[in-house]
Design a protein around this ligand. Structure first.
Ligand SMILES: Cc1ncc(COP(=O)(O)O)c(C=O)c1O
Length: 321
C-alpha cells in the first residue's frame, strides 16, 4: 500500500488502458527505466473554467512527449490521440477541477542491458491537485541561486526532450540550492550565460521589454515560455529572444521563472555561487518584490488558462467532451 499524503486528491492512475487505485503498486523492481532513467514524461496542467476542467496546451505537450520518445528511440504502442484521451480520462476519473497531469512512457520489464532490446514501452498517466510548485509564498518572490554546476550542453543531448535520466541533474541542483538556503537553482550554460532553472525557464524584464533565451543556450524551450512571449506581445510589450548574461539578470527591473509546474514565479533575489561556490554575492532584483509587469502578465496568464480570454480558447482542451 502506498499512501497518497503528498498527492492530494489522487484516487486512481491509468496504466495500459486500465485504472488502478492510487495506493496499489504494480511494477517489477527490474524495470529498465527504474535503473537507467530510460523514460520520458510530460508535466501538464488543467485549470477550472466555466465549462469544467480544461487542459492547457495539451496538443503541444503531447507533440513534445512524442518527440522525447523518438529521442530515446521508443516505439510507442499508442497514437497521440490515445495519449490525449488517457490524460482527459485520468482527470475525469479523479474528479479534478484543477490538476497536474503526468504522462510517462518507459522501458519496462525485459532485460537489464543498457540497450532495452526486450523491454516493452509502456504508458502510465497520473493526475493530482498540485498547488504552487515553489511554495505557497512563491507569488511574493523567491530567492534563487546560481549553482556552480553548469547545465548539460545542447551539443551533448537534445534538450527539447524531457528524458527522465536527464532530470537527475535538476534533482541534485534543486537539493543543493535548498541546502544553501535558497528556494530554487539557476543553471549557467557552458558558455557562462544564464540557461534556466531545474524545471523552469527564465524571463528578465528591462525597460518594459521581455527578454528570454532559446534552445541554443542549452534550455528546454518551455510551452509556458512560448505562450508568455505571445501574450506579452499581444499586451503591447516588446519581446526579445537572445542570450541572457548574468549581469542582465542582476540588473533586471524584474525577473521570473516560468513553467507548467512553477507557472509564473517572481524572482526577488539571486545569489551567485558560480565563481565562488563557498561565498556567493547576492543581488536584489528590482526592489525585491514582484514587479508590476510580472504581476500583470501573471494575472493575464491566470485568466487565460481559466478560459477568461476568448482569443486564447484555442489553447484549451476541455476534459468533458
Ligand atoms: C528543464 C525545464 N525547463 C523549462 C521547463 C518549462 O517548460 P514548460 O513551460 O513546457 O512546462 C521545464 C518544465 O517542463 C523544464 O523541465
Amino acid at each position: 500500500m502506498f499512501p497518497n499524503t503528498h498527492f492530494s486528491k489522487a484516487k486512481k492512475y491509468w496504466y495500459k488502458g486500465k485504472f488502478y487505485d492510487w495506493s496499489e503498486g504494480i511494477f517489477h523492481p527490474m524495470i529498465h527505466a527504474l535503473h537507467y532513467g530510460t523514460c520520458t514524461f510530460e508535466g501538464i496542467r488543467a485549470y477550472p473554467t466555466v465549462n469544467g476542467a480544461a487542459i492547457f496546451r495539451l496538443k503541444e505537450h503531447i507533440d513534445r512527449f512524442w518527440h522525447s520518445a523518438e529521442v530515446v528511440k521508443m516505439t510507442v504502442p499508442y497514437s497521440k490521440e490515445d495519449i490525449m484521451e488517457a490524460c482527459k480520462l485520468t482527470v475525469r476519473e479523479n474528479e479534478l477541477d484543477s490538476a497536474y497531469i503526468r504522462p510517462l512512457l518507459f522501458y519496462s520489464y525485459g532485460n537489464l542491458g543498457l540497450v532495452p532490446k526486450f523491454c516493452p514501452v509502456e504508458l502510465l498517466v497520473g493526475a493530482w491537485e498540485w498547488g504552487a510548485y515553489l511554495g505557497e509564498k512563491a507569488d511574493q518572490g523567491v530567492e534563487a541561486c546560481i549553482v556552480p554546476n553548469r547545465r548539460i550542453h545542447i551539443s551533448q543531448l537534445d534538450l527539447s526532450a524531457k528524458l527522465g535520466g536527464v532530470y537527475v541533474q535538476s534533482t541534485i541542483n534543486g537539493i543543493e540550492a535548498r541546502e544553501r538556503g535558497y528556494d530554487e537553482a539557476i543553471f549557467l550554460n557552458l558558455e557562462g550565460r544564464i540557461a534556466e532553472g531545474p524545471g523552469e525557464n527564465i524571463f528578465v524584464i528591462k525597460d518594459e521589454v521581455f527578454h528570454t533565451n532559446n534552445r541554443s543556450e542549452s534550455i528546454l524551450e518551455g510551452i509556458t515560455r512560448t505562450s508568455l512571449l505571445e501574450i506579452a506581445a499581444n499586451l503591447g510589450y516588446k519581446t526579445k529572444v537572445a542570450p541572457i548574461l548574468k549581469e542582465d539578470l542582476f540588473n533586471a527591473d524584474e525577473a521570473f521563472f516560468c513553467g507548467t509546474a512553477a507557472e509564473i514565479t517572481p524572482i526577488a533575489k539571486v545569489a551567485d555561487f558560480s565563481d565562488n561556490p563557498k561565498d556567493g554575492s547576492v543581488y536584489t532584483i528590482g526592489d525585491g518584490r514582484p514587479g508590476q509587469i510580472t504581476t500583470r502578465i501573471a494575472t493575464v496568464f491566470r485568466e487565460v488558462v481559466r478560459g477568461q480570454h476568448p482569443e486564447y480558447h484555442k489553447w484549451l482542451t476541455y476534459v468533458k467532451d
